[in-house]
Design a protein around this ligand. Structure first.
Ligand code: ADP
Ligand code: MG
Length: 705
């Protein structure tokens, strides 16, 4: 595939459908190209106009005398094929198809889109769109605004891809209004060719792009995205706005209890696993982007706050703490130095409140002291305009401190509280690369995202380990079930998969007679557990199909007889009875997997048994997981402390839990026929882990097949 350079660095652009009527998109695009100083040649194409915007127009693309690198197509949908043909004949390298009426309008449109794909692929063209709002580059060598958006953002290091055209206009407006520096902007539309993933890949190697921003409505190829993001985010931060949740997140949980359907952590966790910073709104995305534009990534989460009023100081401190930042105690040295310069009514403890008499000079002094404090990783300077102090002067002082400290690893963020966010002060700060916010929460969220990014950069990212396993034994079990046309494994088969993959499983035997049950119990040693195995049973304990802690042969006989009778009365066909060693003690945990149609296998870890339902306390990761992923799954649940020494039980063996999760990850990746899997419980104690129950459902042809 030719590089995307033909899109971003064209030396000439034909606007096909250029119009003389000012209220049309075809006019607006020519206007934007001219008004914002496109450095190449613009050719309006219009069969019935001699000129558009005072420049000569051509009836067709092939009638243009010079070379055409890029064509922006704005004609009605039915004319698109002929225009593409014309562009192909002319040797145009790339197209931006603004025209709508494709996949987004249903079956007929989808056909039209397939045709467009075939046609353009035939010519080897790169295509943005259809149904998009255009592309833009502020690179001074190109200076191309090939969109119909009314505003042009300033140049800067942020590259933005938007899946929604309507959001694209809003995004450019916002960037222009707040002085947020954009490098490239692409509205991808229906993505007939150029996808978000292609752009991430291009921007990875593009020296003009420092931060990648994405507004996503859905993931075209989430598996490729997560793989790509995992490496790209090591070099450049990726910030994504994505609403919604995965189906698998809800389903993984629902398959045990039905009550976990509200789990909204899945996408968050998956994106975090790839180092992607997720924002909840476009506003938050810009808050984060502004901070990443120029400021250094802080070394840690300890923040100091300087203000000229008590209230804002407290609001910012609260916002910081709720974002997981530490409003740190300043060193005694720093406090003593601040004490020397500020009046007695001022507070020299963090948040430092210089009170309303603070001047711009006060800001300079305070910021210099707190940034020199080794306890501090970042500073937030907040200003409420009192009488007599000008916002621009305070802004200049902040800028002065920021500049004098370069290079530094301590970011400075500003909060200007007042009418419209004090635009003059804000402009001054932005100009110098200091982000300025109107609300405390915005600054806190932006700083917290920077800290998350720092953690990601420092986080080891080992490749998933591959354990020595008996892959063939597992395959035989799955193939046998598939050959029977079954969509689930029997309990002992499911346990067999775990055994084949080296996950410790409780001693167990499937029996059909009383005598065999007794023999098994003798050989395991009492106490034991009996479980009925029958095709229709999903939750065994719900139907009296589990009897635990059987201590004697006599108890075994009674329990065996009772179980057979009860299931007989319920007209359940028994396949056999599973005898298991009874495991005493240990914390019940759950390791689950559900296949998401887009993301593939997603693993879940949580506290098992009653805790799953009551606490909804689970962690998700994409499979395959690395050792670090597995460790994080365990430590990220709220109830992680229950795995530590608790009520006389020693710490659960985290190493064994981590390994079990990795082995289960390998199992589900190796065998895509496994649609869902639940080890519940995986009992975790100081001596290791033991699976005592496993449920597996199959999707014989594998996902998508
Ligand atoms: P189901 O989940 O189908 O109801 P399980 O096999 O998970 O059935 O058994 C239900 C509960 O019984 C488990 O959550 C666990 O508390 C307990 N249990 C099951 N097997 C054992 C065992 N071998 N040792 C100790 N407790 C067990
Ligand atoms: Mg169970």
């Amino acid at each position: 595939m030719p590089s995307l350079d033909s899109l971003f660095r064209p030396r000439s652009i034909a606007v096909v459908g250029a119009s003389r009527r000012p209220d049309t998109i075809g006019h607006q695009i020519v206007d934007n190209l001219l008004r914002h100083g496109y450095t190449g040649v613009v050719y309006p194409v219009n069969p019935s106009a001699r000129a558009v915007h005072s420049i000569p127009a051509f009836p067709t693309v092939s009638a243009i005398p010079g070379d055409v690198d890029l064509a922006v197509i704005v004609v009605p949908k039915d004319l698109v094929p002929a225009v593409v043909e014309d562009c192909g004949a002319k040797g145009v390298d790339a197209l931006v198809v603004i025209s709508a009426g494709f996949k987004e309008v249903g079956a007929e449109g989808a056909q039209r889109e397939t045709r467009l794909a075939e046609q353009t692929r035939g010519f080897g063209m790169r295509v943005v769109g259809p149904n998009c709002m255009g592309i833009l580059s502020t690179d001074p060598e190109v200076s191309m605004n090939a969109t119909f958006a009314p505003s042009m953002p300033p140049a800067g290091p942020l590259s933005f891809m938007s899946q929604s055209g309507a959001m694209g206009v809003t995004i450019l407006d916002y960037a222009a209004e707040y002085g947020i520096g954009i490098h490239h902007f692409v509205s991808v539309g229906n993505k007939v060719d150029v996808s978000g993933n292609d752009l991430v890949e291009y921007w990875r190697d593009d020296p003009g792009t420092k931060v990648i921003l994405m507004y996503l409505e859905n993931f075209g190829n989430p598996r490729r995205f997560t793989k790509l993001a995992r490496t790209v985010s090591r070099a450049k931060p990726i910030v994504v706005v994505k609403s919604g949740r995965t189906k698998a997140g809800a389903r993984a949980a629902a398959s045990h209890t039905g009550s976990l359907a509200g789990v909204d952590v899945a996408i968050d966790a998956l994106l975090a696993q790839c180092g992607v910073l997720r924002a909840d709104s476009v506003q938050e995305l810009f808050d984060i982007a502004m901070a990443l534009e120029e400021q250094p990534i802080p070394a840690g989460n300890r923040v100091a706050i300087v203000t000229n009023a008590g209230g804002p100081g407290i609001m910012i401190a609260d916002a910081c703490e709720s974002e997981g930042l530490e409003v740190v105690e300043l060193s005694t040295d720093t406090q003593a130095r601040l004490r020397e310069v500020f009046p007695a009514e001022a507070s020299v403890r963090n948040p430092v409140d210089m009170i309303a008499s603070a001047t711009s000079e006060s800001y300079r002094i305070a910021l210099e002291h707190i940034l020199a404090d080794p306890h501090v990783d970042a500073a937030i300077a907040a200003f409420v305009p009192p009488l007599g102090v000008r916002q621009v002067d305070v802004a200049s002082s902040i800028v002065e401190v920021y500049r004098s400290r370069q290079p530094s690893d301590k970011p400075i963020l500003a909060v200007l509280m007042g009418r419209n966010g004090l635009p003059e002060g804000r402009a001054e700060l932005h100009e110098a690369g200091v982000p300025a916010y109107t609300f405390p929460e915005s600054a806190a969220r932006a700083l917290a995202a920077m800290v998350r990014y720092r953690r990601w950069l420092e986080r080891p990212d080992p490749a998933p380990v591959r354990f020595e396993v008996d892959e063939r034994a597992a395959r035989r079990i799955i193939e046998a079930a598939c050959a029977d046309g079954r969509h689930s494994l029997k309990e002992h088969e499911a346990l067999g998969l775990l055994v084949a993959y080296g996950v410790p499983v409780v001693r167990h035997a499937l029996v059909t007679t009383h005598a065999d049950a007794r023999d098994a119990a003798e050989s395991f040693g009492y106490p034991v557990v009996l479980k009925a195995v029958a095709p229709g049973i999903v939750h065994k304990s719900d139907v009296g199909a589990v009897k635990v802690d059987i201590r004697t042969p006599a108890e075994l006989d009674t329990a065996f007889g009772a179980m057979v009778r009860r299931l007989g009365e319920a007209e359940i066909d028994l396949e056999g009875i599973l005898v298991e060693k009874f495991v005493s003690g240990g914390r019940e945990t759950i390791v689950g997997m559900s296949t998401d149609p887009a993301f593939g296998p997603i693993l879940m870890f949580g506290l098992g048994g009653i805790y799953v339902e009551a606490l909804q306390d689970v962690a998700f990761r994409l499979a395959p997981v690395s050792e670090v992923d597995a460790q994080e799954m365990i430590s990220s649940i709220r109830g992680a402390r229950l795995l530590e020494e608790f009520r006389g039980e020693a710490d659960a063996d985290r190493g064994a839990l981590t390994e079990a999760i990795q082995r289960i990850s390998q199992l589900v990746v190796d065998h895509p026929e496994i649609a869902e899997l639940d080890v519940n419980p995986l009992l975790a104690s100081a001596d290791g882990v033991l699976a005592v129950d496993c449920r597996v459902s199959l999707q014989p042809a594998g996902p998508g097949g």
